[in-house]
Design a protein around this ligand. Sequence first.
Ligand code: UTP
Length: 235
Amino acid sequence: MLSIVLSLGGSILLPEIHQPNIKPYISVLTKISAKYRLFVVVGGGGTARQYISLARTFDADEAFSDELGILVTRLNATLLIGALGERAYPKVVESHTEALCAGESGKIVIMGGITPGQTTDAVAAVLAERVRASLFINLTAVDGIYSADPRKDPKANRYEKMTASDLLEVVVGQHAVAGVNTVMDIVAVKMVERCGIPLLVMDGRDPNLLLETLETGKISGTLVSPKGENPLPFR
Ligand code: UTP
């Protein structure tokens, strides 16, 4: 069975505690896991940012704020496990090796953050390498990778295809502090460059788009792959 790793941003799954988007994901993740070995890395979303902002008012250092962010990602991951019930491996795994072993259960494996100084995109990228995934998908609140932040710059262009080194150039100017909301963190991009596993960055706000993409191979975000090759649809 082919493996797929999803980086499911907290801003998609649970933008705020009173604004959950978990239910629509249940059936989609269940359908995908019937065909693929599925690993999902859950982000911290607005709640993580709120905790981090609060910690800064106490002059907490950035690494401490990262630890708070990690706890929130694990809290969100626990909620997703609860929502998936028997379909999920019952524990939030805390290392890549643990995820690899949990994958043997055939259940959907859920992870959050693991170590300060990065985001869950980096956790997911290393996981893709570790489980030899056929595809790494980053589900975000933007429909792909742009030359600049499309919410701030109306002239920003969306890339349909690019290599990991092109993406590295895009992210290199970004500022890395706890809770920062960027297209993808630099550690994640470095890992994608290293392992050569195709990465798809796409809008995760409508989970049906994810299903459609896997079934038809029609890509609606940005494909990051060494030679621009589209691995979808898998046959
Ligand atoms: P996220 O991965 O959720 O970051 O981790 P994000 O970019 O805010 O993503 P969305 O909004 O969920 O899509 C939240 C914070 O937790 C810390 C970082 O401070 C990060 O910004 N974190 C997370 C770590 O330090 N290490 C990890 O492995 C994961």
